[in-house]
Design a protein around this ligand. Sequence first.
Ligand code: SF4
Length: 696
Amino acid sequence: MDRTKADAVRSTCPYCGVGCGVLLRATGDGGLDVQGDPDHPANFGRLCSKGLALGETVGVEDRLLDPMVHGGVADWDDALQLVADRFSRTIADHGPGSVALYVSGQMLTEDYYVANKLAKGFMGTANIDTNSRLCMASTVAGHKRAFGSDTVPGTYEDLELADLIVLTGSNLAWCHPVLYQRILAARSRRPEMKIVVIDPRRTASCDGADLHLALEPGSDVALFNHLLAQIDRQGAMDRAFLAAHVDGVAEAVAAAHASDVSITGLSEADLARFVALWIGSEKVVTVFSQGVNQSTSGADKVNAILNCHLATGRIGKPGCGPFSVTGQPNAMGGREVGGLANMLACHLDLENPDHRQAVRQFWDAPQMPETAGLKAVDMFRAVGRGEIKALWIIHTNPAVSMPDSTAIAAAISGCDFTVVSDITGQTDTARLADVLLPATAWAEKDGTVTNSDRTISRQRGLLPAPGRARPDWAILAEVGRRMGWTTAFDYDNPAQIFREHAALSGIAGGFGRDFDISGMADISDADYATCKPFRWPYAARKGGRFFAEGGFFTANGKARMLPLQPRGLAAPATVDLPYRLNTGRTRDQWHTMTRSGKSVRLAAHLAEPFLEIHPGDAQRIGVDPAGLVRVHNQHGSAILRALITDRVRPGQCFAPIHWTKQTAPSGVIDCLVPGAVDPVSGQPESKAAAVMIDRF
Ligand code: SF4
């Protein structure tokens, strides 16, 4: 293990995609002392409230300690054999399309890699999708359409070097606090740096902003089309860069000129100020997150942003570029191992026959699906229709976190055979499982994660696994062996899996893919144990800047600008459902609170589910401050405490996603979100449900 002089273990925070380094010291009574790692390049010692409270969340009170089969304690041997037998029999009787895995951005890269290898190479199904589908799928699709690859070109240093930072659909101050702190610290050194926030809601990120554009929900494409048209009108296109490195310019610009900016609801003065700041700043970084991604036009929103950076050549240079920030600690690692139903490991494409053959050969796999599998929402619909008969859910809680969650819970409940691997058996999803498999948690397990700027860091375990919990890679590999693939899943430790993934990335590099860490393919167990954070690519070309001189990953090496037109929201407001419900995170909680909910300190921030509503709407509804309201539509209903505030605009409201049937039976909000998805990315629209609000 890598230890400091003070005998601390270096690891990474398990919450958001900033990927902060932490120093861990066991307190001797089962607890953990957690401090920021001053040497980690993501945070240089900083931690936010969630990271600082990590030591309060490692108790084993509610941990799943033993395998459970149909509610009774079972031996590992019996539980694993049952899983292997049921998956084998289902595939034999109904084909590979009748089984599915739903995994998570909480998994370590090594766990994720084995899950994908098992599903795509050996079970023969592409029905493996991840909760990153709810998080980053639109960015993946947008990157691939523009760059030919899912490449995040920028780094955290670019945010500090920029003249202008545009935060769009990102409450960075609450959702990626350490990155926001880095930006504010950079601005205190260079007060001329400007920050623009684009968000229908006035969030905490607006406190430090020079301009807040409270656009109408879903109108981002119109706003960035307007910017592109103005870039063209004002002669700010980088003609030399475009001629050398970009296709589709004329069509994209013509579409931008034809686009109607009035649907943004923004004033001419605000639009003019935004355009002037953007065009007048030499170095611009546009940071985007769930407000862009979680939309039925999420991929188009991403491409509208990329269009502006390509048009001005503000990409591949210090202090410039589009920059997606991932929600989860290993959303990026999941993308690298092919965690989505339409991808293969190492950013190879499942539907490309050459890529498929190369991976099949490398794995010596008996079968590979030729077409993309079912994406998350469609996967659970297929479960509900009885088409998927064996389902394995790992470290995620779709019974409350998926859109239309009441229907999702019913689908899981009706599935012939459901396996859940998790650290607790107390989630809404775990309660529906036929087989529960106890997994090791953060601070107990070893592997790697990739943060939002492509930095791969080690997570290291120093606490003993409670009960009979096992690492995910070991559980998955044992099921693979019991299904008959003994050689392919003959793993003894995560370092072995990391080396295999790194070697496979060398093959991907041969296909001109961006993700290449083949320089790590021979890493020894000892070097893996002490491995310091490094940024990919890590091959012949280590680190380095993507797209500095073009070099996009398309067939002709050129990026593509796309002609885009705004599309309406999936569920328009009506007389019966006149309010627009936005959903998101609070500062101190994480997902469905299975970890952060254990900290009394974190719970003190916002202790119960609430609904932000505008004072005028509250008056119309007849609700007083802290009164109760019922929010409802055709999909479900929730009873929430009214938080009356002009942070939300009239006709709009906001509710946090964290509470579950276990923690607040009437406060589950995702039951109100329709299952409408982006046709390109498959990502659901979690930011703009149409609802009615009544006083309760
Ligand atoms: Fe953890 Fe994210 Fe906070 Fe860093 S910013 S300490 S990674 S939650």
